[in-house]
Design a protein around this ligand. Structure first.
Ligand SMILES: Cc1cc2nc3c(=O)[nH]c(=O)nc-3n(C[C@H](O)[C@H](O)[C@H](O)COP(=O)(O)O)c2cc1C
Length: 405
């Protein structure tokens, strides 16, 4: 029979959890997010619907994005145990410099719309984590301002090629002059993808004040307060605006970009060149022949062509074809550190993540981006330890397959 007694205050007091007073309430809420999916749920509550959908959505039926994510669900490791995994090394050589972690913050357009802290916040977290960050041609912070506010970040510049070549030449010159060391040429955007959520939400660039948005204001006053009381939202490197992002891509950028433009880029850019948006083995071969330093197997996070293939599924064939000649990265649908490790196990040198950090930005500005990076870092380390890989080279040698069901 259990003997009972009345609890004494000295028994109860130590059990009362006190909030960590060194954290703000926002940071405490972020701490309770156990996954990037949880951060996404928080972002959904905090950002206006049109903004959340701009990030979360993809092209047409959104099948390309779903396929990219589903491919990661089919991953099956064969974990090795009884190895000393007390210390794991997550460093990797990325285009001539060491990165602390095998993920890179991908270039994303209109970043200050997600949170007014925008690109400088993302860049600060990248610097703290020792990883690169790519500023987009459609960025909302100028090349020079980002260099000035984030001198310690390894900065890359992502280029969309205008019909008039003098504009991209000028952008390359400015990025070169301010210490960006890699140019990401995005090649999956011959025209803008058809993003239905943007049409349905009436999202235009810049966002318009309509009756609908006014009603939204009442639901997300903090976001609107930020937008209306800080530097107006606009592209920093582009003079043209109006319409949806898809319309803009089609109107301003050149659908005539070919392999010949790599030669033109080499004439205008002294750093490394990465081509992003490769979706076939043949184009991976072509890019390697053209002498680029790296390729990213990417379908733009499913935001361009619908019914495309999943970069993870394409990766083994691309590795066999060009893995010795260029560095191969993938992106699209990466939501966890396990996804990152899986991509490396299939041969990628590293991955780019887009939405994951943007969910963080919408959920809590710089704090949110940091929370996402912390979650990904912890998941990368833990997955490595649990599959018995002490380094990323060992991850690449690990046994892995894609289940068929
Ligand atoms: C909101 C948003 C904006 C993006 N803008 C750009 C861009 O301006 N330039 C570019 O090359 N890629 C852009 N991308 C694609 C990303 O660089 C990356 O390929 C993609 O986000 C990877 O998929 P993930 O978001 O599922 O991680 C954008 C992606 C998102 C989600």
């Amino acid at each position: 029979m259990t003997r009972r007694r009345l609890p004494r205050p000295s028994d109860v007091l130590p059990l009362i959890g006190m909030p960590d007073r060194t954290l703000t309430s926002l940071q405490r809420r972020l701490e309770r997010c156990a996954s990037v999916w949880d951060v996404r749920a928080m972002a959904r509550r905090r950002a206006p619907k049109a903004v959340f959908d701009y990030v979360d959505g993809a092209a047409m039926s959104e099948t390309s994005l779903r396929r990219s994510r589903d491919a990661f669900r089919r991953v099956e490791f064969t974990p090795r145990v009884m190895r000393n995994v007390a210390d794991v090394d997550t460093r990797v050589e990325v285009l001539g410099r060491s990165s602390e972690l095998p993920f890179i913050f991908a270039p994303t357009g209109f970043t200050r719309m997600m949170h007014t802290e925008g690109e400088p916040a993302v860049a600060r977290v990248a610097a703290d984590k020792g990883i690169p960050y790519g500023l987009s041609t459609l960025g909302t912070t100028s090349i020079e301002d980002l260099a000035a506010t984030s001198p310690d970040t390894r900065r890359w510049f992502q280029l969309y090629v205008n019909r008039d070549r003098t504009e991209p030449e000028e952008l390359m010159r400015r990025a070169d002059a301010t210490g960006y060391d890699t140019l990401i040429l995005t090649v999956d955007t011959a025209v803008g993808g058809i993003r239905r959520r943007e049409v349905r939400n009436g999202l235009t660039i810049p966002p318009q004040l309509t009756l609908g948005t006014m009603a939204e204001m009442a639901l997300h006053p903090r976001w609107w307060f930020d937008v209306l009381t800080t530097e107006p939202l606009g592209f920093a490197s582009l003079t043209s605006t109006g319409g949806t992002v898809g319309d803009l891509l089609t109107r301003v950028f050149d659908p005539g970009v070919t392999g010949d433009d790599i030669t033109w880029i080499r004439e205008n850019w002294s750093g490394r060149v990465m081509v992003k948006g490769i979706q076939s083995v043949d184009d991976a071969r072509l890019a390697a022949q053209l002498g680029v330093d790296a390729i990213v197997l990417s379908n733009h996070g499913g935001r361009q062509v619908d019914m495309g293939n999943a970069p993870l599924e394409l990766l083994p064939d691309v590795m066999s074809a060009v893995g010795e000649r260029v560095e191969v990265y993938i992106d699209g649908g990466i939501m966890s550190g396990t996804d990152v490790v899986a991509a490396l196990a299939f041969g990628a040198r590293g991955v780019l993540v887009g939405r994951a950090y943007l969910y963080g930005l919408m959920a809590g500005g710089e704090d949110g981006v940091r929370r996402v990076a912390d979650i990904l870092e912890k998941e990368v380390r833990t997955t490595m330890q649990l599959i018995g890989a002490r380094s990323l080279d060992e991850v690449r040698g690990t046994e892995v397959r894609l289940r068929t069901s």
